[in-house]
Design a protein around this ligand. Structure first.
Ligand SMILES: Nc1ncnc2c1ncn2[C@@H]1O[C@H](COP(=O)(O)OP(=O)(O)OP(=O)(O)O)[C@@H](O)[C@H]1O
Ligand SMILES: [Mg+2]
Length: 286
């Protein structure tokens, strides 16, 4: 049997037996708080539990999963639109995870290539059966389009540092999202925290205002410490969970991974149609 036919047969088999992927978006209010680092290390950590993970770099302005991995993607999401590549062709394989690299100026490309959007939705409909998890690394700041996109993902990790600006911006961002997507589930992650005590203080404050002003529950999933080996790993272009697997930060990522692997409060997509339908609204904007 040809490679192509074999692939198709396997794909159909998986669709008949399989469950669609779980989808998680990593967001923040303020930029530069550690989203991409967490998204990447968390994805690798999931893959170490035999989960098949696709990390989608949707930091459209300046995707940088590539840089953090020390790789240079041959193709990015932009090639899907400009060169009519298939998703299979742009998915980059690594030892642990697969990823789709962010294309510079993707927003612009999407607007120009309406015809390709249908293909993207069609192909994503298959992709959701190929992976256990789809993780989306989202750029900072919130736009109407992003709210639409997040409404199709629903499980949202919000990264917050102890700086008051980061806390305020996280609150404003969650407010906007929850007003538009009432079913959204927020998972709060502290980053660059001194210790557990500081994390608790910050997160409790955030949880309390979320509860009293928005009547919205959120789940505290843990924290990563301020750790110079994280910035060193970034400079060395090696994910910190591989660079220092026994560091406190890596162990915290493992704890958070266990949380997600066993979480029963997790929203899973009932079928791919739900996810794809909502994505359609995001991509096909008037
Ligand atoms: N826990 C930490 N300890 C020390 N340094 C950290 C930590 N987390 C992140 N950093 C530093 O912050 C930088 C920014 O992190 P990252 O690129 O993950 O942020 P981001 O939220 O994705 O940014 P952007 O909003 O631009 O996409 C990293 O390059 C790293 O040097
Ligand atoms: Mg980033």
């Amino acid at each position: 049997m040809s490679d192509q036919a074999e692939k198709l047969r396997n794909r159909i088999k998986r669709q008949m037996n399989g469950n669609p992927s779980k989808t998680i978006a990593i967001i923040s209010g303020k930029g530069g708080v550690g989203k991409s680092n967490f998204a990447l290390n968390f994805s690798i950590s999931l893959s170490k539990h035999q989960k098949k993970v696709l990390l989608f770099d949707l930091d459209i302005g300046m995707g940088n999963i590539d840089l953090l991995l020390g790789k240079s993607a041959e193709k990015t999401i932009a090639n899907f639109f400009t060169d009519e590549c298939s998703l299979d062709e742009i998915i980059q394989k690594t030892d642990y995870i697969d990823y789709i690299a962010g294309g510079f100026g993707l927003n612009h490309v999407i607007k120009l290539s309406g015809g390709r959007v249908d293909n993207l939705l069609l192909e994503l409909g298959h992709i959701v059966y190929e992976y256990d998890y789809l993780i989306f690394d989202i750029g900072a700041g919130i736009t109407d389009e992003l709210v639409q996109l997040l409404s199709s993902i629903e499980n949202i990790v919000v990264v917050v540092t102890p700086e008051p600006t980061s806390i305020m911006d996280a609150y404003s961002t969650m407010k906007i999202i929850s007003l538009h997507v009432p079913t959204v589930k927020f998972f709060l992650l502290g980053n660059r925290m001194k210790n557990e005590k500081e994390n608790k203080q910050v997160m409790k404050r955030l949880q309390t205002v979320m509860n009293s002003f928005l009547n919205k529950d959120s789940v505290i999933i843990g924290f990563l410490p301020e750790d110079s080996s994280i910035s060193l790993a970034v400079k060395k272009q090696i994910p910190f969970i591989l660079y220092k697997p026994n560091s406190f930060a890596s162990k915290q990522v493992q704890l958070i991974t266990s949380f997600f692997l066993t979480a029963n409060t997790f929203i899973s997509i009932e079928n791919e149609r739900n996810f794809i339908e909502k994505l359609k609204h995001f991509l096909i904007r008037k």
